[in-house]
Structure formats: C-alpha cells, structure tokens
Design a protein around this ligand. Structure first.
Ligand code: ADP
Length: 606
C-alpha cells in the first residue's frame, strides 16, 4: 500500500498563520488601499486651477480643502484661507463643490477591502492547507472542506503471485474459496443458471492463521486485480472522509471488475452501531456507506469483497446479513497435519538437514498459528547461521520453538546456588507429577536455563496428537501438574517462592472454567456462569451470576485447586527419592530430555 507519511501539523498551526496574515493585512495593507494618493499643494495653485477651469469636485472642510482635477484623476489638498469669493469662483469655473470628494472609499469598496478581501485570503489559505492536509491523510475527496480533490492513490493492485499451494492446511477454507475463484474466472456460468455469488465473504479466525494470504491466493488463482485496504485506514480525522474513501474504493473496484477487494481488520469500521457511550460518528458513517455500497452494486458484476477479522462477535449484524457478507469462512488454528504442512511450505525456503523430523516439530508446536510456525523456521535458520552452519538441524528447530514460546535463553542471568536448586526441584516437581498420573502428556524436555520471558525454567510436555476433548480427569491432572512445582518446593525446602505465580494463574483458570463453563461440578450442574467474549483473542470471559453464586464459585475453585495440590504433594512424597535424584541430575545438566527423565524414573512409571 502506497501511503504518504508526512508529519501532520495540528490544525491550530494553520489557524495561527491565517490570523497573523489577517492582522498584518489590517495594519499595513488596508490603510494604504483605502487612501487615494493625495498631493499637497499651496492655495495659489488651487486658485490658479480654478481660473484655468481645471477643477472637478471640491470638498470644503474647515481644516482643509480637498479637490480633484477636471478629469478626477488626481486628488489635491490644500489649507483653507479666508476667501469669501471662493464659492462664486468655483461656481463660475463649473466645479461640483457641493459634492463629495472621493477621498474615502465608498461603503461598498470599503467593505470589500475590510471584509471580503480578508475572507478571500482566508479561503485561499484554507484551500491550500486543507488540500495539503487531505493529501497527507491520503484522502481523495474533501467533503468537510468542500475543497479540491487530492490525487493521492490509496489502493494498490497486487497479487504477489500467491496461490492456494502456498497456503498450507486450511483445506476447508480453500474449498470454500475455490468456488469464488471459479466464479471470477467465469461469472457468466453462474448468471446463466441464475445463481448469484455471495457479494462478500468474511474470513474469521485467530491472528496469523493465513487470512490475508488466503485472500491474496484467491486473487492470485483467479488472476484478477487485488485491492487491499485495512479497516483502520477508513477511519480518518475528518468526519465524512471514511465514507468518501469507501465510495472511491467501490468506484475503482467497479472500473477494474472482475477483481477482489480485501478489507483487513474490518472490525475497525464494522463494529456494532449504537449502544456505545461517546459513539464514533465517523466510524458509523463509514459503515453505513459500506452497507449502502454493498447493497448498491449488482450481484454478478465480478467484484468480490473479502474481509478478515479476528473479532467476529463485535461485528454489526447488518454487515453479516445475507446480501452483504453472507458467507463466513472460519480459518482456525492448524491441527497437527496442518502444522506439518505449513512447516513444509516454509521449509522449502531454507536448507534443512536430511534427518529433520517436521512431524515431531509439528507435534511440539501444538497451538501455534501459521505465522508462528513460519517464524519458528526463520528463528531456526538464524540460529544455524549464528552457529556457523549451512543447514538447519533438528535441535535448531526445537530450540526455535522454545524461543517463540518462552523467549531467548538468558545465558548471563546468574542464579544463586540455592535458587538454581529450587528451580530444579520445582521443574522436576511438575514433571514427576505429570509422569505419575495416567492421562498426562509425556514429558519432552526439562530445562532450568532462564529465558527472556522471565521463566526461570520449564517442563515441556508433548501430546501424541491434537486433543479436541478434555475429560474432567485430564483437567484435574493438569491442575495437579501445575501445582507440582510449588508442592516440591514445600516438601523439600519447607518454604514457598514467587516462582509459581504463572502455575497458580493457569491452575485457577482451569478450575474456574471447570465450574463456570464446562458444567463439571456436581452441585451447579450444567449451568453456564461465564461467557467467552472474544474466542480468537485471548478468550477473556465475563461472569454472569448473582454475587452469592459468585461467592460459591470462588469457594469451589479453591476446593478444586487445593484437592489437586494435595494430590501432587502426595505423589511427590511417595517418590521423594526419585525427586531428589532427578532434581540433582537436572541441577547438574541444566537441560534434560524426556528420555533421560524416564530412564532415571525407571520402570516404576506407568
Ligand atoms: P492473518 O491475516 O490471518 O493474520 P496472514 O495471512 O497475514 O495472517 O499470515 C501471516 C504469515 O503467516 C504469512 O505471511 C505466512 O508466512 C504465514 N502463514 C499463516 N498461515 C499460513 C498457512 N496456512 N500456510 C503457510 N503460511 C502461513
């Protein structure tokens, strides 16, 4: 997207300039304009001119006489003398002495000079600066100023040659969009049958799942122009500009049809109208214009609107009703096969060792989005370069997952002996509790090297495949595993540290969800007390129950976590010897693999 990035000056700056110009004008220019040039002459000259009948009009004042020549071209002034015959002589000379000498400007001329001229200057300056402001804002039409048009080009055609093959996984989304490609190739095929394509398609999903890529791929496959604009670019400083941009976008799109218009982050303008304190006029106007335009253009014109958002729940229902964005295509986080496919697509751009197991990396990166996976491959490549190698190894990739999840290793953080020992016990506490429970994901790696995210160590568990359902038992085991770290500290050091804060947060979240959302408490049963607000962005929730129930829920949450904490303590106490042995081993080695861990744990593990 081409966009001017000049510094915008505040509006007050331009007003100040205008005010200064006006003041200077009034002080210096207006008085000069208002006076005609007057020549001061002596009384003799005045008398001689009368005799020569060369006097036009004369203004007789007590302090001075102002007169003009016969042609009214020049104004003269002289000091009056006691001259009783003057009036007669003037009369004989044919002068119009009773008339006004045009010394001052007429009321009309004076109002032109004092009012209209400054106004003109003001408007001209307004024109100039207004235009510049609009150019800076990237707008095309200035409704607010009623001023000239800016020629700023805001939409760029680009397909970047992306095709469906570049978008790995997301098979369902691709299937949905393949039809659009077919339609753009041959709109007639559809209109002949009387079928109409949806005017708009909304791609919804978490960030980084490839929504933008999919839209580009549709344009790339259909070989049509691609207009891309972000929702936030519509929202401008001046009310009405966004609406003007929408009009302009549709005008351009209609001229270029068949084409794809892609509006990224449409929630910036498409949020529900009304009901907001201090509503945003500009946004509402822009949305209204978008709705009108979408209604306005005929189906089967070949213009296809694609939009992306990760907050579909905030969109105005008018936007998603049939006839506008009537098809919603979810683009979810990839499953294990999707992750592997995405890794393969991005691995093509780098040199991998022959023995790299991308399936395993995909397994480790559970929950990662396409963008994160692309980032992991890049991090691995950077790490290979850092280590002076030409190809990426399996360990580079594993390390890069940890970098993306937990940040870089902080090698120069020096923990005291005691702290390091506490961290070692803490991590082994997690791992041991996880290993001693059935239905827990196997431990993959344990490390006590501090990370830039602030983690002093972590235990990585990797599930065999993706999990779509969690049983009550599995959630309880997870909570027990979270509490395992703190439990180990308690047992070994009879003391607790701040190191468990993240574990506590996670355990509480799970316990609360069990009660308020999953109906896993016998007393409350299948009642929802909490609703998820934005499933694609962090999933924060809002509670909807009476204060009494809230109190009860809090009590139950504490009970659940306590119960699991006690279970974890029990497990560790029963395996105290192993706990010491493993913690000692981790303390020495700093990082141990799942296999080493299981080997030391011996065949006691089930
Ligand atoms: P979104 O619009 O959903 O936030 P993008 O389409 O901008 O995500 O994706 C960001 C980057 O992530 C892409 O440039 C690409 O490198 C990578 N990516 C995301 N999803 C995929 C996928 N399914 N296949 C390949 N690469 C992907």
């Amino acid at each position: 997207m081409k966009k001017k990035t000049e510094n915008r000056k505040p509006l007050i700056y331009y007003y100040a300039i205008v005010m200064i110009v006006l003041t200077l004008f009034n002080i210096f220019v207006a008085p000069v304009l208002m006076e005609k040039k007057v020549s001061q002459v002596d009384y003799g000259t005045f008398m001689r001119m009368i005799e020569e009948r060369n006097v036009g009009s004369v203004q007789l004042e007590s302090e001075k006489i102002v007169f003009t020549d016969r042609d009214n071209k020049q104004v003269y002034a002289t000091n009056p003398l006691d001259d009783p015959g003057l009036v007669n002589r003037l009369y004989e000379a044919g002068a119009t002495f009773s008339g006004n000498v045009d010394r001052r400007l007429s009321p009309l001329a004076s109002s032109i000079v004092t009012f209209f001229l400054p106004m003109l200057v003001f408007i001209a300056l307004g024109q100039y600066f207004g235009k510049r402001l609009i150019e800076q804002a990237g707008g095309k039409n200035a409704m607010t100023f009623g001023l000239g048009k800016s020629n700023a080009k805001i939409y760029v055609e680009s397909t970047e040659g992306i095709s469906f093959d570049d978008v790995a996984g997301a098979d369902e989304a691709k299937e949905s969009l393949a039809e659009v490609v077919d339609y753009l190739h041959n709109p007639k095929k559809y209109s002949e049958v009387g079928a109409s394509m949806p005017k708009g398609i909304l791609l919804v999903g978490p960030p980084g799942t490839g929504k933008t890529m999919l839209a580009k791929a549709v344009a790339g496959e259909a070989k049509v122009p691609f207009f891309s604009i972000s929702g936030s670019e519509f929202v401008e400083m001046f009310v009405g500009m966004g609406a003007a941009k929408v009009r302009d976008l549709f005008k351009q799109a209609n001229e270029k049809a068949p084409c794809i218009v892609f509006i990224d982050e449409i929630d910036a303008i498409g949020q529900k109208r009304g009901g907001r304190i201090g509503g945003n006029d500009e946004r509402e106007q822009t949305l209204n214009q978008l709705l009108t335009e979408m209604d306005g253009f005929e189906t089967n014109t070949g213009v296809m609107i694609l939009a992306a958002t990760n907050r579909p729940e905030t969109l105005d229902p008018a936007l998603t009703r049939p006839g506008r964005f009537d098809r919603i295509v979810p683009v979810e986080l990839p499953d294990i096969n999707g992750r592997e496919a995405i890794l393969r697509v991005h691995a093509k751009k780098v040199n991998l060792d022959d023995d790299v197991d991308l399936r395993f990396i995909a397994k480790m990166a559970a929950g990662a989005s396409g963008a994160e996976l692309a980032n992991m491959i890049n991090e691995a490549a950077l790490s290979a370069v850092r280590n002076g190698r030409k190809t990426i190894s399996q360990s580079d990739l594993e390390e890069s997952i940890e970098t993306v999840i937990a940040g870089q290793q902080k090698k120069n953080t020096v923990l005291s002996e005691r702290e390091k020992r506490i961290v070692a016990y803490h991590e082994i506490g997690h791992a041991l509790v996880a290993a001693k429970q059935t239905h827990s994901a196997p431990v993959q790696k344990i490390t006590i090297i501090p990370r830039t995210s602030g983690a002093l160590g972590y235990t990585m568990q990797v599930d065999e495949g993706d999990k779509y359902l969690l049983t009550k038992k599995e959630i309880e085991n997870k909570i027990a595993t979270y509490t395992g770290g703190r439990a180990a500290e308690e047992i070994v050091f009879s003391e607790v540290t701040t190191g468990a804060s993240n574990d506590i947060e996670q355990a509480t979240k799970l316990a609360r969800a069990m009660i308020t959302r999953y109906g896993m408490n016998d007393e409350f049963g299948m009642v929802a007390f909490e609703t998820v607000n934005n499933p694609y962005l962090g999933s924060d929730t809002s509670l909807s129950c009476s204060p009494e129930t809230q109190k009860e829920i809090d009590k139950k949450v504490v009970e659940v976590v306590k119960e699991q904490h006690n279970k974890a303590r029990r497990i560790l106490e029963e395996n105290r010897e192993k706990l010491d042995e493993l913690a000692e081993y981790l303390y020495e080695k700093e990082t141990i693999s799942g296999e080493e861990f299981m080997r030391i744990l011996g065949d006691e593990a089930d």
